[in-house]
Design a protein around this ligand. Structure first.
Ligand SMILES: [Zn+2]
Length: 250
């Protein structure tokens, strides 16, 4: 029995055991959720959406109007996807990510109508890491990783990996600053910044490998910035969060 259009407050259509689980999330009656899609507790799927088979959506997510989630897409918990967003196969969205209205993902680097590239092997993986925000009408070209708590400004076109906490704007997107986990831009005084809104503290970590072969991204590399930076960062530093003990943390 298809699950599309069922609402958690509707009386069960049958004694099917699946009805007990359907009550854990909300799907507006104008939307389609294909058999085989997995949707977490507390998630709300609003008008005119389509979630395909094999898609996994976590708990407490919101999908606004006209959102499409392709086959095999993975979306974490507490993700907010605003109106008119298509999440194509190859996209992975971690917890707490915000996708602004009408932002665009792609999944093929060289699309040609006459030379179809529409198998799983053709899709470049795009990873949006925990806490990142993507502004309205931004475009994320496939194959990039957007780091934890990074902030992509409205209308930006992201063509390269984005380090954690980076604020990226423009076409093509460039790092123009840094953002707090709460979303407020950070102002550094020397090597440290304190968020004016929430008081979270950050510090710069200088890269010792700049100008030489950059080992960033290599999990075996000796550089301790490897999870914080990437070869496209134009600065010679990355940002880490300070805790009371001075160590990285949440
Ligand atoms: Zn803050």
């Amino acid at each position: 029995m298809r699950e599309s259009g069922r609402r958690p407050n509707s009386p069960p259509a049958s004694a099917d055991v699946k009805d007990h689980f359907v009550k854990d999330y909300f799907v507006h009656e104008s939307s389609f959720v294909d058999d085989g899609a997995v949707i977490g507790k507390g998630t709300k799927i609003w008008h005119f959406c389509h979630v395909m088979s094999g898609a996994q959506i976590g708990e407490n997510c919101t999908l606004g109007q006209n959102v499409f989630v392709a086959r095999n897409v993975k979306i974490g918990n507490n993700v907010k996807i605003q109106n008119n967003v298509s999440v194509y196969e190859g996209v992975i969205i971690e917890d707490d990510v915000f996708c602004g209205p009408s932002m665009v993902f792609t999944n093929v680097k060289t699309p040609r109508s006459a030379f179809p590239r529409n198998t799983r092997d053709d899709y470049a993986v795009t990873l949006v890491k925990r806490g990142a925000s993507i502004g309205a009408n931004a475009t994320v070209v496939c194959g990039v990783t957007i780091g934890e708590w990074a902030f992509v400004a409205a209308g930006a076109v992201v063509t390269k990996d984005v380090p954690p906490y980076a604020l990226v704007a423009g076409v093509p997107g460039r790092i123009i600053g840094w953002a707090c986990e709460c979303g407020i831009p950070l102002k550094f005084e020397g090597d440290t910044a304190v968020c004016r809104e929430c008081g979270r503290e950050y510090e710069k970590r200088e890269c010792e490998n700049r100008g030489e072969q950059c080992d960033l991204g290599n999990p075996e590399a000796p550089c301790d910035l490897r999870n914080l930076c990437n070869p496209y960062n134009p600065f010679n530093f990355a940002i880490v969060r300070k805790t009371a003990s001075g160590r990285r943390g949440r």
